[in-house]
Design a protein around this ligand. Structure first.
Ligand code: NI
Length: 214
């Protein structure tokens, strides 16, 4: 995509995340961590209902994420660079946190949702997820189900056909959301965030006492 289109998309994402008094510069400041605490009005409208299938073939919905924190990343297994990097950042962040505070890390469910359901079957997702984290929940579904989940989380994605090839890439938002035990948006990380940033952000946000069964 053109630089101009990319700039527009980033701007739109900034506005979506605004939900109130945010300005774009905060969303792109170094570290990439944005906290809503102390900001003016309302929660960003991110998250909501979905129905998908996990890597074991079990049907999953937003209800399965309730009662715990969830770190959610949308991407696809054929992604050449951004997705694997982001998933590593997510899972390494969790591992760093686990070293200092195992209870906090255990309170967070890492989730990977594909935006390429045509290629990312249950089997493909199962094989991919095991490279990243033993607790990673990997979700796929029908084209419609994935579209519904992406819409709920304000994720942009689009197929990009390659000239003279049946192969294609997916253009997509690369953003890591931290959602609370009640399913509400807490904060996010971008691909500028490091694993240390993620660990620090989780340490600040996660309260194991709020997690069901703890
Ligand atoms: Ni990607």
């Amino acid at each position: 995509m053109s630089t101009k289109t990319r700039v527009i998309l980033i701007a739109v994402l900034g506005l979506v995340l605004a939900g109130g008094g945010f300005t774009l510069w905060r969303a792109v400041q170094p570290g990439g961590i944005v906290s809503q605490q102390g900001e003016s009005t309302g929660k960003a409208l991110i998250g909501g209902a979905f129905t998908l299938t996990d890597q074991s073939g079990a049907r999953r919905s937003e209800a399965d994420l309730m009662g715990r924190y969830s770190l959610i990343y949308f991407g696809y297994t054929y992604c050449p660079d951004v997705c694997p990097t982001s998933l590593s950042t997510m899972t390494q962040g969790l591992d760093i946190l686990a070293e200092s505070d195992a209870a906090k890390a255990a309170a967070v469910q890492p989730v990977f949702i594909t935006i390429d359901p045509e290629r990312d079957s249950v089997e493909v997702m199962a094989g991919y997820a095991e490279h990243f984290h033993p607790r990673l929940l990997a979700l796929t579904g029908t084209v419609e189900e994935v579209a519904g989940a992406a819409k709920a989380y304000r994720i942009y994605y689009q197929k990009v056909e390659e000239q003279g090839s049946s192969d294609y890439l997916m253009d997509h938002s690369s953003i890591l959301y931290l959602m609370g035990p009640d399913g509400s948006y807490l904060t996010h990380f971008t691909h500028a965030s490091t694993a240390e940033d993620v660990a620090k952000g989780l340490a600040e946000q996660v309260d194991p006492a709020l997690v069901a069964g703890s």
